[in-house]
Structure formats: C-alpha cells, structure tokens
Design a protein around this ligand. Structure first.
Ligand code: BGC
Length: 744
C-alpha cells in the first residue's frame, strides 16, 4: 500500500468519529469554519462543475487532467457521472484533496432513472399530483442509490409554442397547474428532507422564461413584459422555491436583451432577495461563456464578472470561473464576499446531504442493485404511464377493444422498438441494457388471450419516403378484425435543440394510415411524440386516436391496459394542439382584445384569421374517457364576497356511462373588469374524481382572494373588486356550468 492510500484509508476509519463530533455544530457553523480554511483557489474550485466522460448533453471541453484538478480542490461538482462505481472513483480522488471537500454528482434525471416514466409533458396530462410526486420519488430512490446527489429537474418553464422541442420536458401552457406540478415534483425528488439516503436535490430550471423563445427556436431571445414574466413565467419558479427546492438553474436565453445567466435583477434581487432563496444557482451548460455570443460581454473575463455579480453560483462546463475569477478578485472587480457567498451556498448543500460525514453514502452497490430492480417501481411506472395517455377521439366506441377479438393487426414503425418509448431524457444507466423496456408489441402480447391472433407489419420507417412496406401492412390489415397503428416521432425529435417549423408526423406515416383506412377495417391510431403535433388527416378520418407521447419503460403494458379497457383513460391535455402552425402561439388564457372573434364564420374586422380557425384542434383540458360525465347543480355559497372571505363552489358530477371512470373537473375564473386586461379564462382549481357507472359525487372548490389576485401595473399582486365569472368545464372550451359573484 502506498503512503497516500494508507492515509486515505486512515481518514475513512476515523470518519464516524469526525461525524459524531461534527454533529455538535450547526451547518452554518461548519460552513463558516471550512470557509475560513479555504484558499481563494479552493473556493473557486467549489464553483466549478465539469462534465464527466460518460455522456455529454452539450459541447464538451476535454480536460487532460480532470483527476488532477479534483485532487487539487479545483472542482466542486461533476455532471453525467453515474453509478456507484464511477462516483466512488471520483469521490476517492476528491478525498485526496487538502480539505477533502466531497464532490456533488448532478444528473438530468428528468423522467426517471432506470425505471423510465412518461416524459413530463405526458405526465402532466394526468393532472394527478400525487402520481407525479411518486414518479419523482421513484426516480430519486433509484438515482440516489446510484451515486447521484442532485437532479437537474423539474423543468418548470411554461411553454406555449409546440415548435419548441423542450415542451416535452415541462408541464404545458398553464401557470396554475404548472406551479402545482412544480411543487409536487420538488417534493417527490427531495423526499422528507435532504440528507435522507433516498433524497436528491431538485433544481428548478431554467430561470427564467426559457419557454418563451421567439419563434419556438431553442436558445432564442425572449422579449416579454414584466407583467407577463411575473404572472405567467415566474410563478412556477416561486412555487418551487416555496416547496424548498435546493437549487435553481439559470437559462440560455436573454430576456429583453439581458442574458438570464447574467441577470442580476432576476437572480440577486428577486430570487435571492425578495424570495429569500438560500440554495445555489447553477448556470446552464456553458451559458456563462455564451454571453460572449449574446454580445453583452467581450470575453471570458467579463463573462465571469457578469455571472458572479448576477448571482450565478456554479459554472457548468464553461470554465470561465476557473480561468478568470482569481484575476477578477485581484483586480478588485469581484469582492471576495461574493465568492464566499456562492461557496457557502454550495457547501451548505454538501453538509445537508451528509457528504462531509460520509462522502460515499450514496455509493453503495448493494443498495444500487436493490433500488434498480425494485418491482414496485415498475408497477408505479405502468400506472403513471396509463394515466398519461390521452384519448382524443373514439367514434363509434371502437375503444376499448374487446378481449375476445379474433385477429388484431398491429402496424407501424413504433410497434417493436424499445428505446423509442423512453423519450428524450432517458438515462443510460451503466451496466443496464434495454431489455427491461416493454415494447408496445410485448405489452399487447402479454394482454391478449392465447387464441387471439396478432399480426405485425412495420409498414414504413419513422422518417423517409420508402413505401415498400405498405403492401404487407395493407395485407395484415385485411386479415384483421381491428387494426392498431403506432406511429409518431423518434424519441430525439422533441427535446433540447429539437425545434421544428413543421410539427407534423414525419415521413410517410400519415400516408400509411390513409392506405390502412382504405381497407375499411376499424382503425385505432396511437401517436407517440414529445410535443403537440398537427395531423389533420388522422384527426378527421381515423375513428379512434390515442395520444401516447413517450411513456417510458412500461409503455407497452400501459398502452395495452388502455387499449383493452383495463384502465379507462382519464388524461386531459395540458397544452393546446393547434390546427396549423400558423396559429402558434395558441393558448386558452388569452386576452379578449378590443375586437374579439367568437366563431370562425365572421371576419368583420375582428381578431381572427381569414384562412384558419381561431380555435385549437384539441384544447387545453381536453381528453375523453370510455364513459361520459354530466355536470349539474352548480351552487355558490354567496354572490357577494367581502375582503378576507372566500366563496364555496359546489357541483355534482355523474358518471352517465356504463363503466367506471375518472373525470378532471376544471374551475375557470374570469375577472370581468380589471385595472389591466385579464384573460378570458384562467384555471384556478380542479378535481380528479373517480366514479363508478351511474355514481354521482359532489365536488367543492374554495375561491380565496389569493385566487383572484393578479399582478397590476405596479407589479403588486392584488385582487380587485368587481365581478367574476365562474366556469366549470370538462375542458377549457367545454364549459358545462356557469355562475358568478362580486368581490367587494
Ligand atoms: C440543458 C439543461 C441540462 C444541462 C445538463 C443543458 O444543455 O439546457 O437543462 O440540465 O444541459 O445536461
């Protein structure tokens, strides 16, 4: 054993003693004590985050001596380093540094770790906060057992432009729902408290307004009023902060000309000032250096100055902190106090995670093995996936398919693939191959009776013009009693840097659908995608359509559950689906305008399109079930609400069909006259109710003053007296009950 190794082993031996000793001090005292021992270089090291060699999610800078830098205390965190073995290896090197400050391992655990869940946009369509919290919990249990301390999730960017590929990563277009989901996901990832072995730090990203990139082009500029920023885009971040999120990530975009990474007002004044955020902010990948391209700084030196001044604590991959901060301090441009603040924020989290007491506590291979092979996780993933499937159309009740059907043709390029089901942000867990994913084919095979004949034909590829497989597919369809088709996008067609001007079903897939329909057989089309797509032929002509997004590793089983009615679909869209790209951005909570258009037949100098509908194809809040629901008996406990009071809204929902089902009942409000214009409708509450066939339940909502408040022109959030419309809907367009009250 060499000398270094000997001392290292010795340190490990004494860790429990250090640990008992350390518990006498508060985290703040321990941070202050450690900070007082650090050189400026060591402090800057803590602000430096590198990509490991495992995978890259952005342009990579190769370091010849990452290990050497870690040993010298020049690196605070690694990303894309996963698995107990690999994290342990790097951590052992960090333990050879002078102050033995452990590394933080961060990873994009966006929709599951080994067990993959539906992409976040799909999951949001469940409107099931407990399910989303549980999905994040499972991801945290697996990731934390595999060496990960920190996930770069949830993405809480409101997104109203499906050309932007990253809509797949968020919760859709609505601020209210998005804020509740942000909170649920943060709670899921972080569990009871940081420091528990199964908790990972969450990260609210991308601060801020990244989802409003002009033209839906990723990384593009954002031009936005303060009111819009506060009312629509910042609220989910605030919700994440209030839920105790440990970290924030800033963004690639500029906002009104100021890059988010160098945005002092956002990060220092609002986040760390007004909101009192005590965690730390990590830059986005290389975003500190990218301020040179934005044209707000001349070089890396100025970029580092701008970012640290603005409150970006950790530099992901750009190396500008490492290369320039020391000089900036020497030149008197950056006070050491700024660096100390950033370092303290990061160290605090390392202490809270318990890493100083045991730097290897998340790197236990036995725990990893168990967590990654937990059958409960698989069951939960299947349930959440089924909850995320949206039934868009079911003419003639083709669905659910009877289990006694004799022959099924299962056609399309997404029937057999495994990995496509996982979606954009799947994690390549070391040593795990793809066989744990249930293909759609397997899922169906598992479900049907042995005597049912299942015929497969690919028909065509996802992309390209090759129609040579059409004939075989048509033949398969002709032999079947029912045809199920699985078409859509490849998993990397929606995601980061995957903006599209044509959000259509790629290749010749729609043409294949046309040919199959021509056989006259009953056809069900499932669309797998990461964003709302435009598919006019299918919408119009196919009798049954399921939007299956990317559902994760249990996609096949979940799809089969829904196709055969073991699960009655209950999801509703959280993003409007446009009729055509020309309508974008299209969202339900728009202003009325001075010349509102109410239908598509009247273009008399009003706010409409001459050549297109003003309505979406499928609106926010829309989704069908195998049963039907009727709404009745809307009652408000008062017609006049005084300051400090609330209004109780009650109504009855009845399952008027023949099978049990779940309905998402939505409460929308409209503030009829405001000091500034108010949207025609805003979601303010909802309830997801389970009803047996024929059953009726009473639902109650409470409208508080908080729900009536909005940001006025002084950016104060206040409710204003006046009339409010109350609308109870099965979607944002399908309003079933109306009433109103006055706030005095
Ligand atoms: C993305 C972030 C992600 C980071 C690390 C960036 O390109 O914008 O959302 O967390 O890479 O992978």
């Amino acid at each position: 054993m060499n000398l270094k190794r000997f001392f290292f082993q010795l340190t490990l031996l004494f860790l429990p003693i250090f640990s008992a000793f350390s518990q006498q001090f508060t985290v703040d005292q321990r941070v202050a004590d450690l900070l007082s021992k650090m050189t400026l270089d060591e402090k800057i090291g803590q602000l430096n985050q590198y990509n490991d060699d495992h995978t890259a999610t952005g342009p990579v800078t190769l370091d010849s001596d990452k290990g050497g830098q870690i040993r010298n205390g020049q690196v605070g965190s690694l990303l894309n380093c996963l698995g107990t073995e690999r994290t342990r290896k790097w951590q052992e090197i960090a333990m050879q540094s002078r102050l033995k400050i452990p590394l933080l391992f961060g990873q994009d655990v966006i929709h599951g770790y080994k067990t993959t869940f539906p992409i976040p946009l799909a999951e949001s369509c469940s409107w099931d906060l407990e399910a989303m919290k549980l999905a994040a919990r499972v991801a945290a249990v697996e990731a934390s057992a595999s060496g990960i301390h920190w996930t770069f999730a949830p993405m809480v960017d409101v997104a109203r432009d499906p050309r932007w590929g990253r809509v797949m990563e968020g919760s859709g277009e609505d601020t209210y729902l998005g804020s509740l989901i942000a909170k649920a996901r943060v709670q899921g990832f972080q569990g009871n408290k940081l420091g528990d072995l199964d908790a990972v730090m969450a990260c609210a990203k991308h601060f801020a307004a990244y989802g409003a990139a002009i033209g839906g082009r990723d990384y593009n500029a954002v031009d936005m009023s303060d009111r819009m920023l506060w009312e629509v885009y910042l609220e989910p971040f605030k919700a994440a902060e209030e839920a105790g999120v440990a970290t924030f990530m800033n963004a690639f975009n500029d906002i009104n000309g100021i890059p988010a990474t160098g945005h002092k007002h956002l990060q220092r004044d609002i986040l760390k000032g007004q909101w009192g955020f005590t965690g730390f902010v990590v830059s986005d990948w290389g975003s500190i250096g990218e301020m040179i391209n934005h044209g707000t700084v001349k070089d890396g030196y100025e970029a580092a100055l701008s970012a640290i001044t603005a409150g970006s604590d950790m530099d992901m991959e750009s190396r500008n902190y490492k290369n320039h901060l020391a000089q900036l301090v020497k030149d008197g441009k950056v006070p050491v106090a700024l660096i100390d603040d950033a370092v303290s924020r990061i160290l605090r989290k390392k202490f809270e995670l318990g890493l100083f007491d045991d730097p290897f506590r998340f790197s236990d291979p036995e725990r990893e093995k168990k967590a990654l092979n937990n059958p409960d996780h698989v069951r939960i993933a299947r349930e959440v996936a089924a909850k995320s499937i949206v039934l868009l159309k079911n003419e003639g009740n083709i669905l659910p398919i009877s289990k006694s059907v004799k022959t099924i043709a299962f056609i399309g390029p997404l029937v057999k693939p495994l990995k496509q089901n996982k979606g954009f942000w799947d994690v390549e867990v070391p040593g795990v191959d793809s066989t744990f994913i249930v293909s759609q084919w397997e899922g169906l095979k598992n479900k049907i009776r042995p005597e049912t004949k299942l015929i497969y034909a690919k028909g065509c590829a996802i992309e390209g013009t090759d129609k040579s497989g059409f004939a075989e597919a048509v033949e398969a369809a002709k032999q079947a009693d029912v045809v199920i088709m699985s078409i859509g996008e490849r998993r990397d067609m929606s995601g980061e840097a995957k903006s599209k001007a044509h959000i259509v079903i790629p290749g010749v897939q729609e043409e294949l659908v046309k040919e199959i329909l021509a056989t006259g057989k009953p056809v069900v089309v499932m669309i797998n995608a990461g964003r709302p797509l435009v598919f006019p032929f299918i919408s119009k002509n196919v009798p049954a359509i399921l939007y299956t997004w990317w559902l994760g590793s249990e996609a096949g089983n979940a799809i089969a559950d829904v196709l055969f009615g073991d699960v009655n679909p209950s999801a509703k869209l959280t993003m409007s689906f446009p009729v055509s790209v020309g309508q974008i951005p299209i969202y339900y909570s728009h202003f009325n305008t001075g010349r509102p258009a109410y239908d598509d037949n009247n273009h008399n100098y009003n706010s409409s399109y001459l050549d297109e509908s003003i309505f979406p194809k499928y609106e926010f809040g829309f989704g069908l079930s195998y049963t039907t629901f009727t709404y009745s008996n809307l009652k408000l406990d008062k017609k006049v609400m005084k300051t400090g009071e609330s209004v109780q809204v009650s109504l009855q929902v009845t399952n008027s069909g023949k099978v049990a089902g779940e309905e998402i009942v939505q409460l929308y409000l409209r503030d009829k006259v405001g000091s500034i214009a108010r949207p025609v409708k805003e979601l303010k509450d909802f309830a997801k109710v389970k009803l047996a066939a024929g059953e009726t339940k009473t639902i109650t909502f409470t409208i508080t003053e908080e729900k009536l408040a909005f940001y006025n022109s002084n950016l104060e959030k206040k409710a204003e007296s006046g009339e409010f419309d109350v609308m109870i809907g099965a979607s944002s367009r399908d309003i079933r009950l109306n009433d109103g009250f006055v706030l005095q």
